[in-house]
Write a protein that binds this ligand. Sequence first.
Ligand code: GLU
Length: 372
Amino acid sequence: MKNQENPRRQFLGNVRRAVIKVGASVLAELPVARIRSFAADLALLREGGIEVVIVSSGSIGMGMTRLDLKRRPRQMPLLQAAAAVGQVELMATYEDALRAHRIPTAQVLLTGRDLDSPEHFLRLRHTLMSLFDYGVVPVVNENDSVAVDEIVGSDNDLLAARTPRLVEADLLVMLTAAEGIYAASPRKGGEVIALVTEIDELAARISEGISRGRVQRSLASKVRAAQTAAQDGVPTLVASGIRPGVLANMLDDETIGTLLLPSRLRRSRKQWIAEGLAPRGALHVTADAHRTLVEGHRSLQAAGVASAEGGFGVGDVVRLLDPGGSEFARGLVSHGAADLQQVQGKDPVEMEQILGFRHSDEVVRRDDLVTL
Ligand code: GLU
């Protein structure tokens, strides 16, 4: 089918990196078989050049089985304990399933607060980017030992919705037990909506509340996640994680799930780095560094920093100033002001000698930088 006839192809044809969220309901039954089936699909996606981050729930369910708990505990510490136990098995299952396709995996546990903290956000981002460099499929979950937001609230929907920005993904996939978002209750003959172009309108309609059942709440949470992803220009596909081959076919098969489109497509990094966050300092760069940065997609090295102003920390936004003092770029800085003062003008070997460690050779990585 030609592009203009198939909106899914038009919007999903160029996906390079996807965040795929696997809900607890999907792994409530047959978790091992389902994860194996996802792994087979992921191998196909990767053959097509698509990188993937998984955000997976399921630790509580697996922990309950392991601890022989017949019913979901009501006390939070016991839920957290079940999550801690189940996380081991959850990861072992992903590891096993992906290993069969020679795909390495990694466990990344985080909390909403980590995404709020500029430093944790940047360090997470760099870790995940390094995992991609090595062909790893990271599996993210909330660190339920220290946070309970996703246990109480949205079963990782919120965390998943914030992950596209973290890794610059261009698609969010929410796998759930339902086939997608329904126009009306399926029991009353409602069908899955194939395409949503007005996410906010749908969210308002849903929050007016059709019914307050568990499935409705879960789907409302998916629509809220799609709203968050849409702020970064990222489309969201809500689809059934029970349907075999869902991940392998989702980009082409228009009968799969509900696709929620953002009002404008991704110009995201520029938006949130240059316009969304308040700068906490400024770096004056040398003439050489200015030239390389404006000419190409390059990082700012410490050697290219002439001087720094402001009390910024790791992960804060800084303004980059040319030798004439004019701002020409903004970026997320990989070193705090105190460290940077010691290493400005130095090469990576000297940096390591001065700081005693080597976390990032660059002061602002090219992926964390936008020219204005
Ligand atoms: N992080 C939790 C898990 O992986 C969230 C899901 C839940 O509350 O059941 O199981």
